[in-house]
Write a protein that binds this ligand. Structure first.
Ligand code: NAP
Ligand code: 8YV
Length: 315
């Protein structure tokens, strides 16, 4: 009997490919370039990146699209749902890694550790010469979390021992969260001096961190983004950082990756990382396993492990 065909439309973690090949007939191709017979054989997809409506429509018998990453903004999940197709993502297995990165990025931004290390490596540490004191400290800060989901809650858990005050903004209040809730992002920004964004890329979050929000954080304010670059007006951010309206920023994500605007690259008060928050070998392996396990469970037992909320309930 021939094995179930699974399409891999582009580059993906090598463990996904290796494990898929043990269980499925893996076809590595662009869905729009397939002949009708091959397209008709494909029942599953494993994707890292984009998989839009045209790609979905090109596969008449696809049942499940397994997406690498917790953010699945590259996959047209609504269109898939309208056709009864399941979309899965990789939640939870990366919470700790991403939350750890958020804390590291926050400390690097506030205390300037990357700049200080560069200063040392450039041979500037000589008798009588010390790196200047950092302008900011984490001590006594009031941190506002824009997003208090799976990862946001882990960031909050890690912030508590730093003895900072924690508040948050989401659309719905978490009755059990011991933090002050602000019903709008602007109200949160007015109340805090430090903001960490960890919200998904949706039409509602587009450029919500704008000039008004950044000014509200103020000249001693710090902004960290570990969610999606989509959420930030990058021009307004660069302008606020260069004019001193905002103190400093730490960014793991950008609007048009891998493009990082020169206006940000040139700023001394911005710490910039290449979207690596989940990027350790163990965590990426766990994400890869979940991508494969969703396909294996669906085709073996008729139940997807981690369907996204848009997906029709099946199995
Ligand atoms: P999650 O559990 O779904 O949490 C999302 C949070 O965002 C919730 O608290 C949600 O609360 C809030 N939110 C959503 N839309 C909002 C809006 N319009 N206004 C205000 N709050 C809103 O997701 P997660 O697992 O924590 O992941 C969050 C995102 O982080 C992912 O979607 C991904 O884009 C990003 N991420 C980035 C990296 C990286 O490498 N840098 C790694 C992992 C994840 P309400 O629904 O109550 O509004
Ligand atoms: C990954 C992420 O880097 O999970 C997410 O939403 O942004 C990151 O963990 C990305 O998905 C891998 O391409």
């Amino acid at each position: 009997m021939s094995r179930i065909a699974v399409l891999v439309p582009g580059k993906i973690h090598e463990r996904v490919l290796a494990r898929l090949k043990e269980a499925f007939d893996v076809i590595e191709a662009d869905p729009l370039s397939l002949d009708a017979a091959t397209a008709g054989r494909i029942r599953g997809v494993a994707v890292s990146g984009t998989f839009g409506a045209a790609a979905i429509d090109a596969l008449p018998n696809v049942e499940l699209i397994s997406s690498f990453g917790v953010g699945y903004d590259g996959v047209d999940a609504k269109h898939a749902a309208s056709k009864g197709i399941i979309v899965t993502n990789t939640p939870d297995v990366l919470n700790d890694e991403v939350a750890d990165t958020a804390i590291g990025l926050l400390l690097n931004t506030v205390r300037e550790f990357p700049r200080a290390e560069n200063w040392l490596r450039e041979g500037n540490w000589k008798p009588g010469q010390n790196y200047p004191l950092s302008r900011f400290s984490l001590k006594g800060r009031h941190v506002g979390l824009y997003g208090l989901g799976r990862i946001g809650q882990e960031i909050a858990n890690r912030l508590a021992p730093f003895k900072v005050k924690i508040s948050y903004h989401t659309r719905s209040r978490h009755a059990d969260a011991p933090y002050d809730y602000y019903p709008t992002l602007k109200e949160l920004a007015d109340a805090v001096d430090t903001m960490i964004a960890i919200v998904p890329k949706t039409p509602q979050t587009h450029k919500t961190v704008n000039a008004e929000v950044l000014s509200a954080l103020g000249p001693d304010g710090v902004f960290v983004n570990i969610g999606r670059g989509w959420t930030v007006d990058e021009e307004a951010l660069a302008s606020a950082l260069s004019s001193g309206k905002l103190g400093a920023a730490g960014l793991d994500v950008f609007y048009d990756e891998p493009h990082v605007p020169a206006a940000l690259l040139n700023l001394p008060n911005a710490v910039l990382l290449p979207h690596l928050a989940s990027g350790s070998v163990p965590t990426r392996n766990a994400m890869a396993d979940l991508v494969v396990d969703n396909l294996v469970e669906w085709f073996g037992k008729g139940k997807a492990l981690t369907p996204v909320p848009e997906t029709p309930v099946k199995g």
